[in-house]
Design a protein around this ligand. Structure first.
Ligand SMILES: Cc1cc2nc3c(=O)[nH]c(=O)nc-3n(C[C@H](O)[C@H](O)[C@H](O)COP(=O)(O)OP(=O)(O)OC[C@H]3O[C@@H](n4cnc5c(N)ncnc54)[C@H](O)[C@@H]3O)c2cc1C
Length: 383
């Protein structure tokens, strides 16, 4: 136990609300709390010096589902659940854009695309029926097949990619600016953010929750006290409830140096969304491939691996920058950690009280840019 002063104990360790986890969900929950309870004290504890999960590591796709992703969901989920999920993603993105602002997070409505190989062309036959279904949540036609010339014009390999579908309602954003602005927003609202504060365990005493932490040096164990606690630790939540069905999923990403004459803009998916790429200015960001080594990638460490990076680099040169004559240089590689269910087709988030005063909102299923703000809104409504 740290040797604390009278002042620290008196003022710095207690709050009405305490949030654990400084990702999209934790920060959005902090903003929601402050707008609902402006006079309440809100404290947020984040274990890293920077958020250390998925929210600062993702690809920044503002998307709500490619055609083949929706078709594969429809094959295993009730139609209504699929529609509810699409709606959640849409509403979540609206909330995020309203809170952060398009200019601040460099939101670009460049559209979302899906590239189809020969074996995914079946999806085109179901395009109109899927548009008809989605009319229950979006007025216009969501998916639109583009001509084969559109694949060639963008410089992609037409021997591999045989179809291209546009979703004009999707966009992309600058993940770093989105998170930095969210942090600014909550700090201006008066939320205290503590970084380097890892929560070890929680004790719900009925009238208050005792939150036991370690600092980065692991030398100072400080105990915070709050009336209500929100647990927003996504893939890192098992220690708070070991029986939860949570499987971490590492997502590996690379970004190139600026590419001269880059022929495409926008956010692209292929192989049912298991691979994704986009432009970041004149750079190409490419990620995915977790499905090729499922066990290897079901981990919480942030290493990148040679096998996944090898696949990504090959796809980049053979299929995406296929027409580029000059050498492609990779500027940076990284990984972030998502959270899924063991049951492959469960896409439900976990939103539940784990004790009378501790509410958890975890398992974002790799869609947190889209649904994170909506989940946070639901959490605060449940308190
Ligand atoms: C490579 C990659 C690409 C992605 N691309 C997209 C995309 O394009 N579009 C999209 O919608 N989604 C995407 N996602 C998913 C999205 O980023 C996540 O779903 C979302 O960020 C989850 O937010 P979160 O706040 O729940 O969790 P996290 O961002 O993981 O935040 C949890 C936080 O809790 C902290 N924490 C954990 N344990 C403790 C503890 N004991 N004490 C204190 N703090 C703790 C962690 O350090 C972390 O900062 C992607 C994810 C990855 C990894």
């Amino acid at each position: 136990m740290a040797n604390l002063s009278y002042w620290e104990r008196d003022t710095l360790l207690s709050s009405n609300f305490l949030i654990i986890g400084g990702g999209i969900v934790g920060l959005s929950a902090a903003a929601e709390l402050k707008s609902k309870y402006p006079y309440a004290s809100v404290r947020l504890l984040e274990r890293g010096l920077l958020p250390t999960g998925a929210s600062t590591k993702n690809a920044g796709f503002a998307c709500f589902g490619s055609l083949t992703e929706l078709l594969s969901d429809l094959a295993v989920m009730p139609e209504n659940d699929v529609l509810l999920l699409v709606e959640d993603r849409l509403r979540g993105l609206e909330l995020l854009r309203k809170r952060v602002g398009d200019a601040a997070m460099e939101y670009e409505a460049l559209g979302g695309y899906e590239l189809l190989s020969e074996k995914e062309l079946y999806a085109l036959e179901k395009l109109e029926a899927t548009n008809a279904l989605l009319r229950q949540v979006i007025k216009g036609a969501v998916y639109q097949q583009l001509p084969a010339t559109a694949i060639r014009e963008r410089g992609f390999n037409t021997n591999y990619f045989k179809g291209l579908v546009l979703n004009a309602y999707e966009g992309q954003l600058h993940t770093g600016r989105m998170m930095a602005t969210l942090q600014d927003v909550v700090q201006k609202l008066g939320v205290s953010i503590h970084t380097g504060a890892e929560v070890d365990c929680l004790e719900d005493a009925g009238d208050a929750v005792w939150v036991h932490t370690n600092d980065l040096s692991k030398k100072h164990k400080i105990v915070f006290r709050a009336e209500k606690v929100l647990l927003c630790t996504n893939a890192f939540s098992k220690k708070f409830k070991p029986e939860w069905d949570l499987v971490p999923g590492r997502g590996q990403v690379l970004i190139t140096e600026p590419v001269g004459g880059l022929a495409f803009k926008g956010a692209f998916h292929f192989q049912e969304g298991y691979f994704y790429f986009r432009n970041v200015g004149n750079r190409v960001l490419l990620g995915g491939g977790r499905h090729l080594a499922k066990d290897q990638e079901a981990v919480t460490d942030l290493e990148v691996t040679a096998n996944i990076m090898g696949v990504l680099e090959e796809l980049l040169s053979k299929h995406i920058l296929h027409k580029n004559q000059v050498e492609i240089k990779i500027e940076q590689r990284w990984a972030g950690i998502m959270c899924f269910s063991q049951k492959e087709h469960t896409k439900k988030t976990i939103l539940e009280f784990i004790s009378p005063n501790v509410l958890a909102g975890v398992r974002l299923n790799g869609m947190g840019v889209a649904i994170g703000s909506r989940l946070a809104q639901r959490m605060v409504a449940m308190l």
